[in-house]
Write a new protein. Sequence first.
Length: 304
Amino acid sequence: MTETTSSTPSTLFTHHTRLTRKIGPYTTTAIGLGGMGLSIEKKPSREVAIQVIHDALDAGCRHLDTAWAYYMSGGEEQHNEKLIREALDTWHGPKDEVLVATKSGHFRNFTDGVPTWDVNGAPEALIQYGKQSAQALGVEAIDLLYFHRPDPKVPYNESIEGMKVLYDEGVAKTIGISNASVEQIDIARSILGDALVAVQNQLSPIYTDSLDTVEYTKKLGLTFVSWSPLGGFRKPKDESKYDPFKEVAAHHGVSYQQVVLAWELAMGDHMMVLPGAHRSETILDSLRADELVLSQEEIDLLNR
């Protein structure tokens, strides 16, 4: 992706009206597309998945998020990274406007026959995964590479040292960390310095444990990127959490999902969200959340 040095949206975006924000040296859309659902269990067909990505890009989305581990347990590794590459290769729009972020350190397996996730945060593994990600994406240097999830078997600083190698060797242009605590953010900053540009943590109406890192990243000038911003593909544990969002949505005549995303984006100019999708209609609806302006009264209601 082309880097931008101004705090204002890049002129690359003048042909559409999507909300853009800064993430490190880049200016990209505040609402991105999370690719996991296009490649794990219950994924759509390859043709549908490519169409979802193309439709999101055609609607002005310029932020695609993937991971080495987005594939079905027992299936083709790096499925989603390869899917993103195919989608971009076959898209006729301005590819240099698109930020592609990926993540290292997770992998899929089975536990008692059930598809599961596991972690490997060993520095040598992260370096290997990172180079494989660049290869799968067809790039010399990854725009933004996250350390996917802390590995309890490996001291956090050692994992981050592995990520620094990828940065120093030019495999990744910028580094992020995911599923990180305030303490881990400090460790990563002490090792990576300005190379660390983003923290990607889970945040939704049913998962607010990360609000401390929302505030901390704002204070530090780092971008906070929300994964599963709508609650994830699994049925939410407490549907009542969405009642005030549905109330505000009815007032605006929009989906409650748009209200959820607009609420998260309103937490600060450092906020970005990554809704996933199995269908084009879903991501196209989510993208329209950047047109929704919530009043302070509505935000207060949603924050209760």
